[in-house]
Design a protein around this ligand. Structure first.
Ligand code: IMO
Ligand code: MG
Length: 421
C-alpha cells in the first residue's frame, strides 16, 4: 500500500484537521511528519470540538494508530495536556499513539530563544507562534538536539543539562531579555515521564512494514506550502519542509511509496504572522471574511489577515507538491458577497506574470478576475446538483487553471458538512 498525503497549499489554517478527521476512517495509520505545536488542527463532530496541536488528527477514530514522525519537533508538555483532555472523553490515547525515537524534543529554553529572537527582530519579526519551533530545528541541524529515543538512555539528564547550558549562553547574548531558564523545567520533566506510557518506536520500520503488509497510511501535513522553509516567502516561513517531499524525510518513506496527494485550500486566503500577502484585503470585505470565517488563530488567538484566492501562489504549491486532488474549504464564508475575485497574475514592474517571484514583498499589483457571487447559503447542501451555478463556475475556473480536479468541497466545520464530487 501507499502513504497518501494531506497538505495545506496556502499559509496554513486551510482546514487540514477537519479533512484528516473525515478521511481517517479509511486509514489504519495517520502520521504527522513535520512541524510541532505551532499547528492548530480543529475538529468538530456532534457536540465535540477539539483543537489538536501535537496529536495527529486521526486520534478520534477507533482502530487508528497515530504516529509522531521523526520530522516533528515534539513538545512533551503540550502533548501531555492534549492527551489528558482526549482521555477525558473516554478515548484510549495511549493505545492510539506511537512516538518515533528520532523526533526532536522541544525544551522550555527553545521557547525562550524563540521569544528572545523575535523581540530582538522588532518590526522585522517573523510573527512566530513562539512554540520553540525554529530554535528546535536549529538544534536538529546543528546536530545537538535531544530526541525522543534519548529519554530511554541513562545519560538523558546529562544531555538535557548540556543543551540547556548552550541555550543559556545564547539567551544571555540577547541584551535586556529577562528570563528564568528553570521556570517550566519540573512540568517538562513530568511530561517526559508521561511519554513512557506510549510506544516509542522506530517509525521508519513501523511505517515501511505496515505499507508492505497492505496497510495504508495518511500523512498529515501541518502549516502550508507557502510557509515551507525552501519554497515559502523566506524568511517569513516556518522552519520545516511543509511540502509533499517532507512526508518522505519526516517519516522515513521512499518517494515511490507516496500515493494520492490531497491539496487543501481555502476558497479565499488567510495568513497569520508577518510576511507578504499580495491579495490581502484591508476593507469591509476583508473584515467580513474574518468574521464569518472565524479567522482567529487556533493556536495563538491572533486575528488572521484575509484576502482573495491567489491562483499564482496556488498553482506554485500544486506544482511543488504534485497535487492529485484538490479539497476546497470554507466557500460558505463567501455566501453573502456580490462579487468574488481570484488573483490570476502579478503585475511586477509593469509586466504581468503568473510565476512566483523570488521576492513577493517587492511591489506586486495583483491582477484579478471577477466572479458573480452565488448569494445563497451553501452550508446545508450535500448534493452537487443543488450547488448554485455561480459557485460551480468558480470551481470550474479553479479546475481549468490548475488542471487538478476539486474532489471535495467542505461547506462548514462539521464532519457532515462535506460534499464528495
Ligand atoms: P496549521 O498547521 C498558520 C506561521 C506563524 C508565523 C510563521 C512561523 O494550523 O496550519 P513558527 O511558530 O512556525 O516559527 O512561525 O508560520 N505558522 C502558521 N500559520 N497555521 C499554522 O499551522 C502555522 N504554523 C506556523 O504565524 O508566521
Ligand atoms: Mg493554525
Amino acid at each position: 500500500m501507499k502513504a497518501d498525503v494531506v497538505l495545506g497549499l496556502q499559509w496554513g489554517d486551510e482546514g487540514k484537521g477537519k479533512i484528516v478527521d473525515v478521511l481517517a476512517g479509511k486509514y489504519p495509520i495517520v502520521a504527522r511528519f513535520q512541524g510541532g505545536a505551532n499547528a492548530g488542527h480543529s475538529i468538530h463532530f456532534g457536540e465535540t470540538s477539539f483543537v489538536l496541536h501535537t496529536v495527529p488528527s486521526g486520534v478520534f477514530h477507533e482502530g487508528t494508530t497515530n504516529i509522531i514522525g521523526n520530522g516533528v519537533v515534539f513538545d512533551p508538555v503540550i502533548f501531555k495536556k492534549e492527551c489528558k483532555e482526549i482521555e477525558a472523553l473516554g478515548i484510549p490515547v495511549r493505545e492510539r499513539i506511537a512516538l518515533s525515537k528520532r523526533a526532536n524534543i522541544i525544551l522550555p529554553t527553545h521557547k525562550l530563544l524563540d521569544a528572545a529572537s523575535e523581540s530582538a527582530m522588532g518590526k522585522g519579526k517573523i510573527g512566530s507562534t513562539l512554540k520553540g519551533i525554529g530554535p528546535c530545528y536549529t538544534d536538529k541541524t546543528a546536530r545537538r538536539g535531544l530526541r525522543i529515543g534519548d529519554i530511554l538512555q541513562p545519560d538523558f539528564k546529562k544531555k538535557f543539562e548540556n543543551l540547556k547550558s548552550i541555550h543559556i549562553s545564547e539567551l544571555n547574548s540577547f541584551k535586556g531579555f529577562r528570563y528564568d531558564a528553570s521556570e517550566h523545567e519540573e512540568e517538562w520533566m513530568d511530561a517526559i515521564e508521561f511519554l513512557r506510557n506510549f510506544r516509542i518506536i522506530d517509525g521508519e520500520y513501523f511505517l515501511n512494514n505496515a505499507l508492505a503488509e497492505g496497510k495504508s497510511c495518511l500523512a498529515e501535513g501541518a502549516q502550508g506550502t507557502l510557509l515551507d522553509v525552501d519554497f515559502g516567502e523566506y524568511p517569513f516561513v516556518t522552519s520545516s519542509s511543509t511540502i509533499c517531499a517532507g512526508a518522505c524525510t519526516g517519516l522515513g518513506l521512499p518517494p515511490k511509496s507516496i500515493g494520492t496527494v490531497y491539496g487543501i485550500f481555502k476558497a479565499y486566503c488567510t495568513r497569520v504572522g508577518s510576511g507578504p500577502f499580495p491579495t490581502e484585503l484591508f476593507d469591509a470585505t476583508g473584515e467580513e471574511l474574518r468574521k464569518r470565517g472565524m479567522e482567529y488563530g487556533a493556536t495563538t488567538g491572533r486575528p488572521r489577515r484575509t484576502g482573495w484566492l491567489d491562483m499564482v501562489a496556488l498553482k506554485y504549491a500544486i506544482m511543488i507538491d504534485g497535487v492529485d486532488e484538490l479539497i476546497m474549504m470554507k466557500a460558505d464564508v463567501m455566501d453573502n458577497l456580490d462579487t468574488i475575485k481570484i488573483c490570476t497574475g502579478y503585475e511586477v514592474n509593469g509586466k504581468v506574470t503568473d510565476k512566483m517571484p523570488f521576492y513577493t514583498y517587492s511591489d506586486i499589483v495583483p491582477v484579478y478576475r471577477e466572479f458573480k457571487g452565488w448569494k445563497k447559503s451553501l452550508k446545508d447542501i450535500r448534493k452537487e446538483s443543488d450547488l448554485p451555478a455561480e459557485f460551480l463556475s468558480y470551481i470550474d475556473f479553479i479546475e481549468k487553471e490548475t488542471h487538478v480536479p476539486v474532489k471535495v468541497v467542505s461547506l462548514g466545520p462539521d464532519r457532515d458538512q462535506t460534499l464528495f464530487r
